[in-house]
Design a binder for this molecule. Structure first.
Ligand code: NDP
Ligand code: 8X3
Length: 252
């Protein structure tokens, strides 16, 4: 059966890898991110390679009114959402607490916490009416253990952990599954964004070990979303084999 999968942060990294994984399975996709050009060329590729039908939502998850309106007013044929991969997010900067940039803090809180909530609530309203659905929130190992200079990024991911637990309880009565996936270090555009385009510094993060890839996270999300209706993975942390905690790596 063709499912409708709503993926935020579909233009890069985990989100983009999820589009490929679900499209290859015959699912149809709602693709949300700010970079419309990337979403358009992705939708073309998916159509060509898998005959995937996609709906593009070029939007910023921080814009509450736009997000709520766009999801409330989805065309009728896209209104039944089976799975939400609530993934859009970012880290900005890696600084000691007293030296960090307040604007970076605001952007991370607005995106990773408030944006995730806006999308989740608008979709949960639809799923409640349907009496089924599955929401996968992308947290982080940074939401399980804080690390030096991780301060507010870690706090936003601790929030994703708490929000996921709360959603699971409140949405129980509607038969909606909530899964929190917490990846460790994965090589995507994440570090390039965190270090504001400094590609040398971004590459350095993954030196000496083989990190997770977007495809690894997509495989896990696909597995979680494919379990029988009565089975829900609540919470899952995955790392590459050379990572043992937020801060412990076995490097070559
Ligand atoms: P990428 O930078 O590769 O992808 C981030 C995605 O989020 C992009 O598609 C981007 O699209 C989208 N996004 C960012 N801000 C907004 C916004 N305001 N509105 C809409 N979309 C937005 O990083 P990853 O794929 O690695 O990250 C995905 C998620 O995984 C994030 O929540 C991140 O915190 C988390 N994570 C990442 C880990 C890693 O090591 N890579 C590990 C653990 C968790 P666009 O710019 O086009 O809007
Ligand atoms: C991204 C992974 O722990 O390197 O969430 O910040 S981490």
């Amino acid at each position: 059966m063709t499912r409708t999968i709503f993926i935020t942060g579909a233009s890069s990294g985990f989100g983009k890898a999820c589009t490929e994984k679900f499209a290859a399975n015959g699912d149809r996709l709602i693709l949300l991110a700010r970079r419309k050009d990337r979403l358009e060329s992705l939708a073309e590729d998916l159509k060509k390679n898998h005959r995937t039908e996609s709906l593009i939502l070029a939007a910023d998850v921080r814009e509450q009114a736009t997000i709520t309106e766009q999801i409330d007013q989805l065309p009728a044929e896209w209104s039944q959402i089976d799975v939400l991969i609530n993934n859009a997010g970012l880290a900005l900067g890696r600084d000691f607490f007293e030296e960090a940039n307040l604007s970076d803090w605001n952007t991370m809180i607005d995106t990773n916490v408030k944006g995730l909530l806006y999308v989740a609530q608008a979709v949960a309203k639809k799923m409640s009416a349907q009496k089924n659905g599955h929401i996968l929130n992308i947290g982080s190992i940074a939401g399980k253990e804080v690390y030096e200079k991780g301060n507010v990024y870690c706090a936003t991911k601790f929030a994703v952990d708490a929000i996921s637990k709360a959603m699971r309880i409140d949405l129980l009565r509607h038969g909606i599954k909530v899964t929190a996936i917490h990846p460790g270090a994965a090589e995507t555009e994440f570090s390039l964004v965190r270090f504001k385009g400094d590609s040398d510094r971004a590459k350095q993060v993954y030196k000496g070990f083989k990190p997770l890839s977007g495809e690894d996270i997509a495989a896990v999300a696909f597995y979680c979303a494919g379990l029988p209706a009565h089975v829900c993975i609540n919470d899952l942390t995955l790392t590459c084999t050379q990572q043992g905690s937020s801060t412990h790596f076995w490097k070559e």
